[in-house]
Structure formats: C-alpha cells, structure tokens
Design a binder for this molecule. Structure first.
Ligand SMILES: Cc1cc2nc3c(=O)[nH]c(=O)nc-3n(C[C@H](O)[C@H](O)[C@H](O)COP(=O)(O)O)c2cc1C
Length: 499
C-alpha cells in the first residue's frame, strides 16, 4: 500500500522500531544538528529522529515537530519507496524498457497490462480542500520565523530549509520540475534559492529572466515519501518528478492548485511556501553553508524568493536533513538514485555491469564502474560516455574495472584498481564542468577530471606480458575445510562468510 503522507511514514518508522521520538526541548540553533550528526554517524546511519519540542531560533517553542534522518539508512530508504530492496525498482524499470513487441496476438495482448500500468502514474489534480491548505497564511500573517528552520553549523549564513521540493515550470514547454535545493532564510518573508547553475530550476529561472517575467516558485515540504525523494533524483528536464514519484509508488501523486499562482503543489504536503522571484531584482548573498562535501561552501549570489503565502496541514511535520562530513542522510538518497538509474545508464552504455559512488566521494568526486570489456579502448569509451551524461558530467574521478569486480565494495574496487594500473599508461585527464561545490577546481565549475582504466589490458592496448589470475582457493579444499570447521576449535564468530 502506497504511503500518502509524511505522518503515515513516520508512524510506519515508529512501528518498525526505526524512530526515536525526542521529547526534550532542543534548539534549532546548532543543537539539533549536533544531535542528528552523532546519530547519522552510527554504523548503518542510526535511527530516524522526530524532535517533538524544537525551540525556534528566536527562543520560542515551535508549533510543530521536526523529522530528521527519516530516509537515512538502507532499510528506511527502501521503506520510503515501498520496496524490500532498491534494486527492485531498477528491475521494474528494466522490464518496462525491455518491452519488445512480441510475436502473435496473444503475446501482444500480454503487453497491455504493463502498458496500462504506465498510464496510471501521472499526477492527478484534485479540486476542493487539500490537506496542504488547511491553514493559509497570507499578507501580514506570513512569518518564516515561525517555521522550524535550522541553523546547522557555526559558520552557516542563516537558518535553512534543507529538505524541500522546489516546484517550477519551464516557461517554454510548460513542463514542471521538482528539485531539492537548500534555501536560506534572509528575512520574515524572504529566502535565497540555492539552485546551482547545472540544475533544472536554475535553467527555468534563466529562461524567465530572458523573458523579463516574474517567476512563481513553490516550496513544498513533506508529502508522500517517493515525491520527497524524487526531488533529489537527477531526472532529465523533460520528465516531471511527480510522474516519476507516481511510478515509484505505483499510485498517482495528488496535486492541488497553489493559492497565489497557477503552479500545482502536492495536496498531501505538510507545508507549501508559495513565492515569486523577480529576475530583474539584484541577487542576494546565500551562504556560507556547511555542505555535504564536509567543508563550508562559500557565500555566493543567488535569487531572492518573496513569499506570497504559506499553507500547511493542521498537524504537520517539518521535514529536515543535515549535510556535513560524510556519511550523512544524503548518502542514502543518492544511493537510491544510483540503484534506480543503473538500468537507464545501461540503456545508453550497455557494457556497464554496475557502478557505485562511495560515501567519501560525495557523489561527484568518485565513481567506480564495472564493465564487460570486449575490445581495446572500451574503458575510455565508457568514461567519455559517462562524462557526457547529465549530472554524471560533473564526476571528478572515474575508475573503470572489469565485470567481476564488486564495485559496491570500495575496498575491493580499490584493491583491484590499484593493482591493475600503470599510472602513466592508464590515467587520462580531461576537462569539463565541475560541481558548484568543488572548491579545488581552477575556476568556478570548470576544471580537470581524471579517468583510470583499471581493466585487464589487451595486447592492442600495449600490454604484451602475461596477466596473473586472482588468488582463489579451489572448491574441493573449501568444502573439506567447511566440513572440519566446527572441530578446529577456532572462534565460532569466524563464520564461513567472513573467511
Ligand atoms: C539533501 C540534499 C540537498 C541538496 N541541496 C542542493 C542545493 O542546495 N542546490 C542544488 O543545486 N542541488 C542540491 N541537491 C542536489 C539536487 O537535489 C539534485 O541534483 C537534483 O537532481 C536536482 O534536481 P533537478 O535535476 O531537477 O534540478 C541536494 C540534494 C540533496 C539530497
């Protein structure tokens, strides 16, 4: 059964023993961040937290609780998308994409249910009272100071919204985008929108600026968990994230018209901040912000949002996350993306077997890729293809290994890669766009990248020596030792799997 609201998700987490309700008053000014950081650093990501008595930055009690780390483990990430394992979603996507038209009428008819399933996903607009608009603040009632925004780290430029769904529309094609971009509070009714230049929201804003038109923008907080996750997914600009969320939860997302503009917003959201950006207005300072690189990102100029209305449920939960030195909750959100997008990557780069972005590589710094290598130069072909794909174009280091290597285990991937490379022969530099958060590149968002071909080399690639086998015990000996293991008097904790 699809989960429709954040409240239902929190109740599910509670029942599953995944949630700690913090009943002590905790300040949103750094204290909450310090607590969440300690929890997120526990093996496997720690538990989800519901702060029931947050204290606002002005010292007043918050009217609603704050949920943090709700998606921050493999189990909770899977629960949020209604699956046992994230790979299930990849398999559903593969099945859809492998829909070859079968021979004969019976075969063709068998396709129908699958095709009809796709048609069930588009978001539905609902008329009448939406829960997300049970309470409406407009005019003088608008006061962002009353929302539980968190100031996370000591040098942060202000309080932040950290887990939003930022809804905009492409003015040319009318396609909606939903992106997760942090937003800094700059006043009672103003915010600074940190959409980086490579992101779809920023592209919509540039388009509106060219037209000289004011841009409506809605910031939804809390809803069905697949919608919340989808805002962070790097979907192509032509794909509506709410359609994708509908596919993930196998039930359409319910939308309603915003109060002050003609954007649609989730009917089940906990909060919606409706605003407007005037592209003619000067940009404002956003940051610094303790970022997911583990370093502060420096202050820079971003567009200002003027809040026109704040709508909310009667009993909302304010969703938040913190970023900082990895691993943090965002590792699990990114990991879901990694698993879900594997079949899509394979569609254009079929030799890819698997890929992985380890937590310490914070997504854009390091990507391991395993490939089924069949001809010389194929590792470079894969690197070039990856550097030409959406946000993968921002990857700083790609390490390509052979199909048998388990890239989801970074220790194994490094072990093989470091053995297999002759650094001068197997490393290649190239130039390209860099992530906005990369503080080392020679210029803002422009710099060098490196690819390592750590696959087994072929003679055409200049390798004429013998290539050694990986050490493995033969099956017969393994079975003999398995049979005698219990009699050896060796610690029972040394299991078969660990040997
Ligand atoms: C917790 C979290 C915070 C993020 N903050 C930002 C941000 O401040 N700015 C940004 O451009 N991307 C940020 N991202 C990454 C975007 O959400 C991601 O690139 C997404 O694909 C953007 O959507 P878009 O492709 O529709 O623009 C964040 C992701 C997560 C998980």
């Amino acid at each position: 059964m699809a989960i429709d609201t954040l409240t239902e998700f929190v109740a599910d987490l509670d029942r599953a023993g995944e949630l700690v309700r913090v009943t002590q008053p905790v300040s949103l000014d750094r204290e909450m961040c310090e607590i969440a950081d300690r929890v997120m650093k526990q093996p496997g990501g720690g538990q989800a937290l519901l702060f029931e008595r947050p204290i606002l930055i002005n010292g007043q009690p918050s009217a609603c609780p704050v949920g943090i780390n709700l998606f921050g483990s493999m189990r909770r990430m899977s629960m949020s998308l209604g699956v046992q394992s994230l790979d299930e979603i990849g398999r559903r996507i593969t099945e859809l994409m492998e829909m070859k038209v079968p021979e004969g009428l019976i075969g063709k008819l068998a396709l129908l249910p699958r095709l009809l399933e796709v048609g069930k996903f588009p978001p539905r607009s609902r008329r009448g009272d939406a829960p997300s608009q049970e309470i409406v603040w407009q005019g003088d009632r608008i006061d962002l100071d009353q929302l539980p925004l968190m100031k996370c780290w000591p040098q942060d430029g202000g309080p932040y919204i950290t887990f939003p769904m930022v809804i905009t529309r492409d003015p040319k094609r009318g396609i909606r985008n939903v992106g997760m971009y942090r937003i800094m509070q700059t006043g009672k009714t103003t915010l600074a929108m940190h959409w980086q230049r490579h992101k779809v929201g920023a592209a919509h804003w540039r388009e509106m600026a060219e037209r000289g038109e004011k841009m409506p923008v809605c910031i939804a907080l809390g809803a069905d968990p697949p919608s919340m996750y989808s805002a962070s997914a790097p979907l192509p600009p032509t794909v509506d994230e709410f359609l994708f969320a509908g596919f993930l939860r196998q039930k359409p997302v319910s939308l309603t018209k915003a109060v002050t503009c003609d954007l649609d917003v989730p009917a089940e959201a906990d909060f919606v901040i409706e605003g407007e950006i005037d592209p003619a207005e000067p940009l404002v300072t956003e940051g610094p912000f303790g970022d997911h690189t583990g370093f502060y990102s420096l202050a820079d100029l971003y567009p200002q949002v003027h809040v026109k209305a704040i709508t909310m449920r009667k009993s909302p939960i304010f969703p938040a996350t913190i970023v900082g030195r990895p691993p943090m909750e965002d590792f699990y959100l990114g990991h879901a993306t990694e698993r879900i997008f594997l079949p899509l990557l394979k569609m254009t780069i079929p030799e890819i077997v698997d890929y992985h972005m380890p937590a310490e590589g914070i997504f854009h710094n390091l990507v391991f890729v395993s490939i089924k290598k069949e001809y010389p130069g194929q590792a470079y072909k894969v690197m070039n293809a990856l550097w030409g794909q959406g946000l993968m174009s921002l990857a700083k280091m790609l390490v390509v290994v052979d199909a048998w290597v388990n890239v989801r285990d970074p220790q194994e991937a490094w072990w093989v890669a470091l053995n297999n490379i002759d650094p001068q022969r197997d490393a290649r530099f190239t130039m390209g766009p860099m992530d906005v958060l990369d503080h080392s590149s020679r210029a803002f968002t422009y710099g060098s990248k490196i690819g390592f071909d750590a696959t087994r080399k072929l003679p055409e690639e200049g390798f004429t020596r013998d290539w050694p086998d990986v050490i493995e015990m033969d099956d017969e000996t393994k079975q003999k030792v398995d049979a005698m293991w219990s009699r050896l008097g060796i610690d029972a904790r040394v299991t078969k799997a660990a040997r």
